[in-house]
Design a protein around this ligand. Structure first.
Ligand SMILES: [Zn+2]
Ligand SMILES: [Zn+2]
Length: 219
């Protein structure tokens, strides 16, 4: 069985979460690339936040995800699970890493600020860290080279267990957004490299309109 067929088989377990969740998990696995402990937890965390807020997975740009895992974090993969279950993707600029080193996400509806924070229960995180998969990862073994039987059943369990065994949920609250600039729909040509650049990222250097890399300025 090739990798994608393997992912499709595993994703079938997500049918217990409701219609189409197997397709979303399959997409998440294809994009993420490997089985691990954190991605499916992010997947479940994001999904529960949508249920509590009673909203669909985000097709447009109307929701934000604030993920508390961060950089240099063993559970950085958590954020990919959140992206796929919520539709709050990096490309749409709907996901921010708060870099707290915690396993939680706050989902916010942009138009009214309605928000909920969902976190992984401490005992679930402890179980992941005591597992054979993470012991190999700590030694520096890449996820796809860890014997897959170490992670297959834990992965499936994370996908199929009831929400209340895995996750804690806050009350719904109102999130106060700080004002942010509107996206730019203007594009200009850099006068040095000739590439197209969003207008709000142009800089002026020696009288020329140039892109950031050509300007030599710090971002
Ligand atoms: Zn991963
Ligand atoms: Zn340039």
């Amino acid at each position: 069985m090739n990798r994608f067929e393997f992912f499709k088989e595993i994703a079938k377990n997500a049918k217990v979460l409701g219609e189409e969740w197997d397709k979303i998990l399959e997409a998440a696995l294809i994009m993420h690339g490997h089985l691990c402990g954190a991605m499916p937890l992010g997947f479940r965390t994001g999904r529960l936040a949508l249920r509590v807020l009673d909203v669909e997975r985000e097709p447009n740009m109307d929701m934000m995800a604030f993920v508390e895992t961060g950089i240099y974090h063993a559970a950085a993969c958590f954020a990919d699970g959140v992206q796929f279950s919520t539709g709050c993707t990096y490309g749409k600029d709907l996901i921010k890493k708060l870099d707290y080193g915690k396993w939680a996400v706050t989902i916010v509806i942009k138009k009214d600020g309605r928000a909920v924070r969902v976190s992984v229960k401490p005992e679930i995180i402890q179980a992941v860290f005591k597992g054979k998969f993470l012991a190999e990862r700590k030694k520096g073994v890449p996820p796809t080279e860890v014997p897959q039987e170490y992670i297959l059943q834990p992965f499936i369990n994370t996908i199929t267990r009831p929400d209340e065994e895995l996750l804690d949920v806050s009350e719904i609250f109102t999130y106060e957004f700080k004002p942010t600039p509107k996206p730019s729909f203007e594009v200009l040509t850099c006068e040095i490299c000739g590439e197209m650049v969003a207008e709000n990222k142009m800089r002026v250097k020696e009288g020329k309109k140039v892109c950031l890399p050509c300007s030599g300025y710090e971002v």
